[in-house]
Design a protein around this ligand. Structure first.
Ligand code: AMP
Length: 254
């Protein structure tokens, strides 16, 4: 696997390459099997499979959340090698944001609900960094997880609205044997919190419960619910367990 430390190193190495066979999986590292499913698909469908690891500061509203984000670069590198990834890019802030965050991409409708309601600048940071990474790599296929369905939806809209020559591929959520959506943040849960976290998806799938009833139940178990809502044919939840913010969503069955 080629490891590119920074944007300049990547641009120098990729010059003249065939962009039509390029696939990209943008990540923030601390990789797990959820990322693995996107990466496997990317490796299978492309002659050049690119992964980026970058904890993007512009999408974090809370500096503690950014500071606490898990870092396991050496393990991540071994994992990516085992999956047959061809290129890993490790961008640096100064290169990725040559004018700091004075130029950006924003959206004014779907980004203002759910995860964007209380974290008002979150998707502005996400869309901006994703556009930079797609433009930098010129990838023709880019893989996103439906665990972050709102992100997947917004990125798909951005690519369509700006006529970007790429396709966004949405992948189903990978879960543990109890149905808990895999997340880098799960590592920060205590054993007791993990037991509770695993109950969240069970409630979310229970069609006999309203979103209000789900929120009430979660709060009574010690979660601090940010939202529980139905939208776009899906049911969404975000809730804190201690300092850890968990999100999940499921398709609604008629
Ligand atoms: P992150 O590193 O959290 O930014 O995630 C990078 C990509 O992996 C995003 O497109 C996520 O939606 C996706 N992802 C993270 N966890 C999962 C999961 N459990 N199942 C499917 N995709 C996931």
């Amino acid at each position: 696997m080629n490891i590119h430390h920074g944007v300049a190193a990547w641009l120098a190495a990729c010059e003249g390459g065939d962009v039509l066979g390029r696939g990209l999986v943008p990540t923030m590292g601390a990789l797990h099997e959820g990322h693995g499913s996107l990466i496997r698909q990317c490796v299978a469908e492309n002659t050049q499979s690119i992964v980026t690891i970058y904890v993007n500061p512009t999408q974090f509203e809370n500096p503690d959340d950014l500071g606490n984000y898990p870092d396991s670069l050496q393990d991540d590198i071994h994992y990516l090698e085992s999956l047959g990834v061809s290129d890993l890019i490790l961008p640096q802030y100064k290169e990725l944001y040559p004018f700091d965050f004075t130029l950006f991409v924003d959206e004014s409708l779907d980004s203002k609900v759910l995860c964007g309601k209380n974290r008002t600048g979150h998707f502005k940071g996400v869309l901006s960094v994703v556009m930079k990474l797609i433009n930098l790599t010129q990838a023709r296929r880019v893989y996103f997880g439906k665990k972050d369905f709102q992100q997947y939806r917004l990125v798909s809209k951005m690519v369509e609205a700006y006529f970007m020559p790429t396709r966004i591929i949405g992948m189903d959520t990978v879960r543990d044997e109890h149905g808990l959506a895999l997340s880098s943040r799960n590592r920060r849960l205590s054993d007791e919190q993990l037991v509770l976290a695993r109950r969240m998806n069970v409630l979310l799938r229970d069609g006999s419960l309203s979103t209000e009833e789900i929120a009430d139940q979660l709060n009574s178990w010690g979660f601090r619910v940010d939202y529980c809502e139905e939208r776009w044919g899906r049911r969404f939840v975000a809730a804190f367990l201690g300092e850890v913010r968990l999100i999940d969503n499921v398709e609604m069955t008629p």
